[in-house]
Design a protein around this ligand. Structure first.
Ligand SMILES: Nc1ncnc2c1ncn2[C@@H]1O[C@H](COP(=O)(O)OP(=O)(O)OP(=O)(O)O)[C@@H](O)[C@H]1O
Ligand SMILES: [Mg+2]
Length: 512
């Protein structure tokens, strides 16, 4: 048997699964595509997370698009973090292209243009379904992690949450949170001191400054109501296809804090609300994070730890996370070690450092007798990748250089009018795009402070009045006394010096 026959046999054996799977393309050997030698990924292991890596322009985002489409077709809903804004085309069918036909001929798959059910979401004021969460939902621990505060400050945040709980003050947005922090060392100082201990102005000041940082990155738009129900990410359309939810994050590049805040809250929310998955054989939701280095670059150690543990835990909820980034080293070691599917596009060997990185990357792939992995990594063409998946038992499938299939939907983005049309038809937009600012901590504390002021004013007025009364009655008393001496005519006459003298005269006369 020839080398290519052996190769085809091995790939076919390693890529045939009992359960459902998706097809990425066909395997390649020595630069040739082996038509009909499909490279498949079983749905069952897609919750084991993954990585899509490669130099710029090598096809990472299109691979993401292909994965999203095929998952949707298999009834798996998808969530995409669209940082470059190049994914909205999923909502429209591909116009087709001779190059695409050529690609698919090599692979041995028919090419069928298709549109998908897309929901466009946003964290900011961009066109899209508004994604929001309340401060209460975050809870003191997550808020402290996000703000990257000291232990003392975290303690204060816990006290603040406890106070709001005890006093039934809803903490919805940043305005509420800022107000209560100010209250704790201002108007409410005595009240806090009595029930929760002393809170220093320096600490609340430090927390406030960190809140302002989040606010400046658009946190005031993100925190508040109506908070997003993660169940809405799990919708299936009438044809049994999973919805593709795209979060537009084009304006998030310079707002890493807001991005990691949002990511973490979303993961935490999903983790706490999704039921534990049995061995269902298919994922509940697959999440793709394009330009993933953005969440890791600026994240604090505490935040990284949180992300690492969530990545580990969320698998059991049937949720798979796929990180898309240029270099595998962009993803922290602890996360990288947990990724089951690897789609590695070409890497460029410009510098000695690049060559070292390529060697290291190659070592992370399963052994193969068919290629020199490091060589393949630098010679892959656009839309070609080295693929290593986990089979249904969790063992790595044979390493395959793969000619990736093309997206069935449009590779280009939607026009503004197409986007508006999509939103006009969106059920989620109707549910989440209403502005509401119900009474919460901010208003309630203001009222409380006002009431306290009114009470104080009343008390003062009362005291004033009483004082006045006292003065009045005192005045009256003296004036009565005076009146009794001055105004009673009999007394007046009797006490007059003449009378006294005459009375005295009579008395002396009588005594004589
Ligand atoms: N699977 C594919 N089928 C057809 N064409 C592809 C495929 N993958 C990549 N291409 C072509 O290569 C171009 C670049 O691909 P893509 O945008 O996915 O690169 P990228 O790795 O995400 O780049 P960047 O790092 O700049 O984001 C696409 O516009 C498309 O023309
Ligand atoms: Mg890209």
């Amino acid at each position: 048997m020839s080398k290519s026959d052996d190769f085809i046999r091995d790939i076919n054996a390693g890529n045939s699964f009992k359960g459902d799977y998706i097809t990425l393309g066909s395997a390649m050997l020595d630069g040739e595509t082996m038509t009909n030698t499909y490279v498949n990924v079983p749905l069952k292991t897609m919750n084991r997370h993954g990585l899509i890596a490669g130099a710029t322009g090598t096809g990472k985002t299109k691979t993401l698009q292909v994965l999203a489409e095929n998952l949707s077709e298999k009834g798996v809903p998808v969530l995409l973090m669209d940082i470059k804004g190049d994914l909205s085309g999923l909502a429209k069918p591909s116009p087709g292209h001779p190059k695409i036909d050529e690609r698919h001929e090599k692979i041995g798959l028919p090419f069928k243009p298709k549109a998908f059910q897309v929901e466009v979401l946003t964290l900011s004021e961009q066109n899209g379904v508004r994604l929001r969460a309340t401060i209460s939902e975050f809870g003191p621990v997550l808020i402290s992690r996000i703000l990257d505060v000291t232990e003392t400050q975290a303690g204060i945040i816990s006290v603040i949450f406890k106070y709001c709980d005890d006093n039934k003050l809803p903490l919805l947005d940043l305005k509420d949170f800022k107000k209560i922090l100010q209250y704790a060392t201002g108007d409410g100082k005595k009240e806090f001191e009595e029930s929760y201990g002393r809170i220093s102005t320096a600490s609340t000041g430090a927390i406030l400054r960190k809140l302002i940082e989040i606010e400046q990155q658009g946190g005031d738009l993100f925190f508040g109501e109506t908070s997003f129900d993660t169940q809405d990410l799990l919708r299936i359309d009438d044809e049994g296809r999973g919805y593709i939810n795209i979060i537009r994050l084009t304006d998030i590049q310079d707002k890493p804090k807001l991005f990691s805040t949002f990511m973490l809250s979303l993961l935490a929310e999903i983790y706490s609300t999704f039921p534990e998955q049995g061995d269902s054989g298919r994922p509940e939701l697959i999440m793709f994070i394009d330009e993933a280095h953005l969440i890791f670059n600026e994240a604090s150690d505490a935040l990284l730890n949180q992300i690492e543990s969530i990545v580990k835990l969320i698998r059991s909820k049937g949720v798979g996370l796929y990180f898309v980034t240029q270099n595998p080293t962009d993803v922290p070691e602890a996360v990288l070690g947990q990724l089951g599917l690897k789609v590695q596009h070409a890497l460029r060997a410009f510098t000695a450092k690049d060559r070292k990185a390529i060697k290291l990357t190659a070592q992370n792939y399963p052994d193969t007798k068919y290629y020199d992995t490091a060589d393949v990594l630098t010679s892959l063409g656009i839309g070609e990748a080295l693929v290593s998946a986990l089979d249904e038992k969790g063992k790595p499938t044979p390493l395959a250089a793969t000619m990736m299939r093309a997206p069935m939907s449009r590779m280009d983005i939607l026009t503004e009018s197409e986007l508006s049309q999509l939103l006009a038809e969106s059920q989620l937009a109707k549910k989440y795009n209403k502005e509401i600012d119900r009474e919460s901590a901010y208003e309630m504390l203001n009222e409380k402070i006002e009431q306290a002021e009114v009470e104080e004013a009343k008390q003062k007025a009362k005291e004033e009045q009483e004082k006045l009364k006292r003065v009045e009655s005192k005045k009256r008393a003296t004036s009565t006394r005076r009146r009794s001496t001055r105004q009673n005519p009999i007394v007046k006459v009797l006490s007059s010096p003449t009378v006294i003298r005459s009375v005295l005269g009579i008395l002396t006369k009588m005594l004589k």
